[in-house]
Design a protein around this ligand. Structure first.
Ligand code: RIB
Length: 298
């Protein structure tokens, strides 16, 4: 069982040729509202990879909250730990350009109540194989979740996004850290992932640095290193590619797949997700991933 403790948002997405500069107004090509949030995306990716997945988070008592809950449930995510609180759901204000790149503003809303464990959360975490955390909910809640997981021998995977310094008290309970190259630079001061990796391994036993079109760099304290190139595909929308990678990686690790193969599944899933628009709608099924990896001959 994979448990995700973290954020869920309604993504308000504008597609534009070129994002506006400060003080500028530009015409957009299209607009859509899509359930997202780093935590919910990871949960949906893991559930579509056909591993039991539960989500611990919060939505507001607004229309967005109902849609986010329904999307998670439709994907097969167990949502008894998704509480509804008074006020608005988290929102992400996203601009996607013609190259598929994006910029995102996240407004926490209901996610902010995840600054602690709620009734039932500790038991759910303790009964899991793997706990996934991100930093869109308050650090205090993520730290409490990691502490419970560590005490019960549950593998903790942290995506340190949005980028911010992570206290040692949280890192000391993390087994696998999955930053992108920018987040790795924020944590270490090293912009080169090859140099950031050993610095990160001083704090956590395993690290996978995602590098967009450059692929992924994995290392652990036993000295194992894997550099896996990205699959060459044309990006339509890179939103949630990292979440898809982590969700599928965790699902494969939870079912006992070896690390290199799990990284390959995560990379394949991310490559499929960037060819589709939107966050939750872009995650592939296990069958899609299997076919893609077979067709790409790897
Ligand atoms: O990682 C992508 C996600 O970041 C989006 O779905 C958005 O909600 C923001 O949280």
């Amino acid at each position: 069982m994979v448990t995700v403790f973290g954020s869920c948002n309604m993504d308000l997405v504008a597609y534009v040729a070129t994002p506006p500069r400060r003080g500028e107004t530009v015409h957009g090509r299209a607009f859509s509202t899509v359930p997202g949030g780093k935590g919910a995306n990871q949960a949906i990716a893991a559930a579509r990879a056909e591993v039991g997945t539960r989500f611990l988070g919060a939505v507001g008592d607004d229309e967005f909250g109902g849609r986010i809950r329904a999307t998670l449930a439709e994907a097969g995510v167990e949502t008894t730990g998704l509480r509804t609180v008074e006020g608005h759901s988290g929102t992400a204000h996203i601009v996607v350009d013609d190259d598929g790149g994006n910029s995102i503003i996240v407004v926490g809303g209901a996610n902010d109540v995840m600054d602690r464990l709620h009734p039932g959360d500790a038991e759910a975490i303790a009964a899991s194989d793997c706990l996934l955390l991100q930093l869109e909910t308050p650090l205090r809640g993520a730290s409490a979740a990691a502490e419970v997981a560590a005490a019960h021998g549950v593998r903790v995977v942290l995506t340190p996004a949005p980028a911010e310094p992570v206290p040692e008290s949280l890192l000391s309970n993390v087994d696998l850290l999955v930053p992108n190259e920018h987040e790795a630079a924020v944590l270490t001061g090293e912009s080169d992932p090859e140099r950031a990796l050993p610095a990160l391994l001083d704090s956590v036993p395993e690290v996978a640095v995602t590098m967009g079109g450059e692929g992924v760099l994995y290392g652990n304290r036993s000295g194992e290193r894997v550099r896996m190139p990205a699959f060459p595909v044309r990006a339509v929308d890179t939103t949630a590619a990292g979440d898809t990678f982590v969700g599928v990686l965790a699902a494969e690790l939870a079912r006992g797949t070896d690390t290199t193969e799990a990284l390959r599944h995560g990379s394949g899933a991310a490559a499929l997700s960037i060819q589709r628009k939107g966050a939750s709608g872009s995650m592939p099924s296990r069958e899609d991933i299997r076919e893609f990896l077979e067709d790409s001959g790897s």
